[in-house]
Design a protein around this ligand. Structure first.
Ligand code: GLU
Length: 476
């Protein structure tokens, strides 16, 4: 049977980075096996589900490049189908109406706790007669539907990540609620009906769902349905070894987008959270899909490593084609209000120079500022302009750049060295003065190509001249 997997997010928040990683593993397995990747939106919780979260989830998956073959299916559109299965289970005596009020259930739990017992439902309404049911209804009680869990019994499966796994049905908390009084189906039930109807062959999800799996297996059995294989992925931990949480700063995919990660870099990093690819660390989504297998997925939690993510992202930025890089940087520049030069060749050269340094797109505005904004001098920059050689160097630089314009970096570097020699100075003071004049500060982009680009933009001589005027003013 061909592989069919799904990602089934609940639209009760923005796409979480953990869900993105689970989606990625589903996608990699589907593509590796020539199977299908399905998207299902689990929106039965009407109070907490929001259409804007669904949009955010769809956008996030698309941005990562995880194109799905089917869906999105919406649980909210399948309510009749759940009702049909509930009726079937009731009819077969595998489920029943249970009438306890929340207060009665609370009381039960309190009693169990006082006795030092594990809290669970005591299956008290399993064998109510029709008359007893009618009497409860007459009292105005609204029943939930509970599914009978046979006890004692062991439920076993061979997890593709965790290996042989066994749960005792006595530990499942008693007969489980599958639908609320208002008819709303609950997760464990709806997920089984969906996975069954969508002929899901492998359920790949976070290991926070391991405890749900025995309940789901019992439901498959009750429905006489084939049981899919399960793969429970270890959670993502922060650097301190704790579950990644809001306190760690970035938990939703949107946060990573804001931080300037590109999908190529993020996908590469997420794929390596608990999967060790054979032989290489740097790969595209398509390459990962070729290499992926569950044999190399570990069951211990993955530690989130920011340095590694930043590094990988930088590698992917530098692997982009020049045209692609130019497009992505142009988007960033436009967003921060920088005016792009009209000449496409100049724009591409600027992108190449800027793209060489940063690991993330959020660094791009700062790094490229000298190319788009007027110079603002830092303290270190002003200190350079106050050095004794400045009044000699600046007019010499004006003179130097007023001649035939340079077009090659190497020729410019050589020219500047010759200039230093002719002034009886070392290269350092010349280069540093030029850098401060062009950028306002003492560190930044590679100087010679930057000077050429500013010259092309017609901004080199004006900057030199205004620095000259400033120095004259400062020296009184
Ligand atoms: N809606 C569930 C979640 O977001 C899906 C879990 C599953 O894959 O079964 O965690």
């Amino acid at each position: 049977m061909s592989v069919r997997v799904r990602i089934a997010p609940s639209p009760t928040g923005n796409l979480h980075i953990g869900t993105a990683r689970t989606a990625l593993f589903n996608y990699l397995f589907a593509r590796n096996q020539g199977g299908k990747f399905i998207l299902r939106i689990e929106d039965t919780d009407q109070e907490r589900s929001r259409p804007e979260y669904t949009r955010n989830i769809l956008q996030g998956l698309t941005w990562l490049g995880l194109d799905f073959d089917e869906g999105p299916y919406y649980q909210s559109k399948r309510l009749n189908r759940y009702q049909e299965v509930i009726e079937q289970l009731l009819h077969e005596g595998k489920a029943y109406y249970a009438f306890s009020t929340p207060e009665e259930l609370d009381e039960l739990r309190t009693r169990q706790k006082a006795l030092g017992q594990a809290t669970r439902y005591d299956n008290r309404d399993r064998d109510l007669t029709l008359q007893q049911q009618a009497a409860y209804r007459a009292e105005g009680r609204q029943p939930v539907i509970r599914f009978k869990i046979e006890e004692p019994r062991a439920v076993r499966w061979v997890d593709m990540v965790q290996g042989e796994t066994t749960w005792q049905t006595q530990d499942l908390g008693g007969d489980m609620v599958i639908a609320r009084a208002d008819g709303q189906p609950l997760y464990n039930f709806a997920v089984v009906v969906d996975d069954l109807d969508m002929t899901i062959t492998h359920v790949i999800r976070g290991d926070d769902h391991v405890g749900n799996t025995p309940k789901q297996i019992l439901l498959y059995e009750a429905l006489g349905a084939p049981i899919p294989q399960f793969a429970h992925l270890p959670l993502i931990h922060n650097a301190q070894g704790k579950k990644l949480s809001k306190r760690d700063g970035a938990t939703s995919l949107a946060d990573y987008q804001t931080l300037g990660f590109i999908p190529e870099g993020l996908v590469n990093y997420l794929a390596m959270l608990s999967w060790s690819p054979p032989g290489q660390e740097l790969f595209s989504l398509a390459e990962a899909a070729k290499l992926f297998s569950f044999d190399r997925v570990s069951k211990s939690p993955a530690r989130f490593d920011w340095d590694k993510l930043n590094w990988l992202n930088g590698q992917h930025l530098r692997m982009l084609s020049s045209v692609d890089l130019t497009q992505r940087l142009s988007k960033v520049w436009t967003q921060v209000g920088y005016a792009l030069p009209e000449d496409p060749v100049l724009l591409e050269r600027i992108a190449q120079l800027v793209g060489d340094g940063p690991n993330r797109l959020d660094e791009v505005p700062r790094v490229s500022r000298p190319l788009f904004e007027p110079v603002a001098f830092s303290i270190e920059g002003l200190q350079v302009l106050l050095k004794p050689e400045a009044p000699q160097v600046l007019p010499a630089l004006v003179e130097f750049f007023s001649q035939e314009p340079f077009t090659e970096t190497e020729a410019l570097k050589q020219g500047l060295q010759n200039l230093a020699k002719s002034l009886g100075l070392k290269n350092g003071p010349i280069m540093q003065t030029l850098r401060v004049v062009l950028t306002g500060t003492t560190k930044g982009l590679e100087l010679a190509p930057l000077a050429l680009l500013l010259q092309q933009k017609g901004e080199l001589l004006p900057r030199l001249k205004s620095a000259l005027a400033l120095v004259a003013q400062m020296r009184g």
